[in-house]
Design a protein around this ligand. Structure first.
Ligand SMILES: [Zn+2]
Length: 237
């Protein structure tokens, strides 16, 4: 009878190991997802930087075109100055020239600022491109590593699963049935150890009668309080 309880204990430990392995294996994919997320973030930043780069470049071109147009206009106005016949007309042309010059100064400042921004963004784009390349390589590395670890886990899982089949074969069907039913609600503690007459599952004192049954080596003794299968701590391995 003692043998049955020990087999059940082994079964419980084996179930726990398999569950842990499955959880650990599942967790591996988190590493891949995190690295993928990092890469996506960098790609999005690179896209935003590229767009900003194009905008700054267009703004610089636009300012340059405006400057050229105003300079041409001023050349034309300068020629007109030679042909004016009265002071009023002369003053009006001078005012237009000064206004164009003020615009040109403003656009020159704008063009300069845009070109500086273009340089900054171009450097930032290069940095991001290098980071993206490194992150892509890292992702491939993580994927290979995860695949290798997964294979490890699969091997362990298949080895322990076959051990479990053997353990189950050594347990009487009615005991196995009782255990499996309990394990559905108490996956890790369907079989509880008793220390000082206390059920390790629910921490309630078991009855004297249950204790006597256990002492006599009965293998299907249930806790009257929580319904778990019981085994004495001294029988536990
Ligand atoms: Zn109990």
């Amino acid at each position: 009878m003692k043998v049955t309880l020990q087999s059940l204990q082994e079964l419980q430990q084996t179930n726990r190991k398999l569950e842990q392995l499955a959880r650990d294996k599942e967790r591996l994919s988190i590493d891949v997802k995190n690295q993928q997320r990092l890469l996506e973030q960098k790609k999005r930043r690179a896209e935003a930087t590229h767009k900003e780069h194009m905008d700054a470049s267009k703004a610089a071109d636009r300012a340059q075109l405006q400057i050229e147009a105003a300079e041409q206009d001023n050349q034309r106005l300068q020629l007109q100055l030679n042909t004016v016949s009265n002071q009023r007309e002369y003053d009006a042309i001078q005012t237009a020239i000064l206004s164009n010059q003020a615009d040109i100064h403003k656009w020159e400042d704008e063009a300069l600022a845009s070109l500086e921004r273009v340089d900054e963004l171009s450097a930032q784009g290069q940095r991001l491109a290098a980071e993206i390349e490194a992150a892509s390589k890292e992702l491939e590395q993580v994927k290979r590593e995860v695949a290798r670890k997964e294979e490890d886990y699969n091997q362990q899982i298949s080895k322990i699963s076959s051990e479990r089949r053997q353990i189950r074969e050594n347990i009487r069907p009615e005991v196995l049935q009782a255990y499996d039913r309990l394990a559905r609600s108490h996956p890790h503690t369907a079989l509880a150890t008793v220390r000082n007459r206390i059920c390790g599952g629910c921490h309630t004192r078991i009855t004297k009668q249950s204790e006597n049954l256990l002492m006599r080596g009965a293998d299907l003794v249930y806790c009257h309080s929580c319904g778990r299968l019981l085994m004495l701590a001294e029988q536990a391995s």
